[in-house]
Write a protein that binds this ligand. Structure first.
Ligand code: ADP
Ligand code: MG
Length: 358
């Protein structure tokens, strides 16, 4: 549906897009996930036609729309954009906002009420925008984007101005509405939870480039490098030596999956792979009940649904464990035994060093 090939865009000396390749299949929701300033909005603006590219090509449904001398104007690309907020015409009713881009026949066909129902607002056509909550206004903005059945819908951080409590429902409902309508969509966000929970595929972006593109599970479990690992979730990165395909780490010998560089590496674990057993009484340092190394709790961050526990091993290495339920509760100073479930991933230390400078 949408293909970007080596797309470049600069603002003066600032390179906003540094050779972006992206392929968005028909009927899918792709999230572009990256930190603020990495070029996400610029990418959307180039696809919508609000900006000209300086290199590379963009094609929509097989038709070149940008690059190689082509520049199809925005209204002829038929791409709908849902901005962060403030998208509605304040003096028009909800129905007239949604029907704005439709011809008379389409407005009479019931399409307005159909898309309002898709976004969870059936019967709201007569309201005025100021009578709606922020979340409802964003639902209307999505309905308006979907109404003319555009080949592609672009959403630029559409939930970031809303309360956390509202966002979860809205994400789910908007994803369902896009699916039910068979829409192809690109959602731009800096929120990893939003990208991983909503998208069929996630493109992780950093400094004007797509650094990894794949299904949410692969992005989280098989991050391309330590920078991606840290950006999409909590990460435990440990120094290690690989011998015979096994990583020798401060947490013991760990099996590896994926590509296994030899020699000195960084290994990645997720905190939910780090298991703790409370050491009862005065267990000696160096080996606890479960046979793993012992550690001392140095920090405990409670998050309601779980907690992150920071630990210091005897050799000074810090690791983080995610615990769902610590009964009896762990406190700073407690001694625990640490074990690891599942395999680790290894990265050459050079890629770790590069990513730390980003
Ligand atoms: P994001 O949406 O990921 O936060 P943007 O695409 O808005 O990032 O910006 C990418 C880079 O391009 C940033 O360094 C930003 O300052 C710069 N930039 C964006 N738009 C303009 C502009 N109109 N003029 C100059 N620099 C811009
Ligand atoms: Mg932006």
């Amino acid at each position: 549906m949408l293909t970007l090939s080596n797309v470049r865009k600069s603002y003066g000396v600032v390179t906003a897009l540094d050779g972006v390749d992206l392929d968005v299949p028909d009927g899918t929701l792709v999230a572009v996930l990256g930190p603020s300033g990495c070029g996400k909005t610029t990418l959307l603006r180039c696809v919508a036609g609000f900006e000209a590219v300086h290199g590379g090509t963009i094609s929509l449904a097989g038709r070149p729309v940008a690059g190689d001398g082509a520049h199809v104007p925005p209204h002829r690309r038929r791409v709908a954009v849902v901005p962060q907020e403030g998208a509605l015409f304040p003096h028009l009713s909800v129905a007239r906002n949604v029907g704005y881009g439709l011809d008379r026949a389409a407005r009479r066909s019931g399409r307005v009420e159909e898309v309002l129902a898709l976004v969870g607002l059936p019967g709201h056509g007569d309201r005025m925008p100021h009578q709606l909550s922020g979340g409802q206004q964003q639902r209307v903005a999505v309905a308006r984007a979907l109404a003319p059945r555009p080949p592609l819908v672009l959403l630029d951080e559409p939930f970031s101005a809303l309360d956390a409590g509202l966002r979860a429902d809205l994400r789910r409902d908007v994803r369902e509405a896009l699916r039910a309508d068979g829409a192809t969509a690109v959602l731009v966000t800096h929120d990893q939870g939003e990208a991983l929970s909503m998208a069929d595929r996630v493109a992780v972006m950093n400094a004007g480039r797509i650094v990894q593109y794949g299904p949410p599970t692969a992005i989280y479990r098989e991050p391309a490098d330590p920078w991606v690992a840290r950006f999409v979730g909590d990460a435990v990165l440990l120094p290690a030596d690989v011998r015979d395909g096994v990583a020798v780490t401060p947490l013991g010998r760990l099996p590896l999956h994926g590509a296994t560089p030899a020699g000195t590496v960084s290994v990645l674990l997720r905190p939910e792979q780090v298991r703790l057993t409370t050491v009862v009484g005065a267990a000696g340092i160096g080996g606890g009940a479960a046979g793993g190394p012992t550690a001392v709790v140095v920090r405990h961050d409670f998050h309601g649904h779980d907690a992150l526990v920071a630990l210091r091993l005897v050799d000074g290495t810090e690791v983080t464990a995610r615990v769902l339920d610590s009964t009896p509760p762990l406190s700073v100073g407690d001694r625990v035994t640490v074990s690891v479930s599942g395999a680790a991933r290894a990265y050459p230390t050079a890629s770790n060093r590069v990513s730390l400078t980003v």
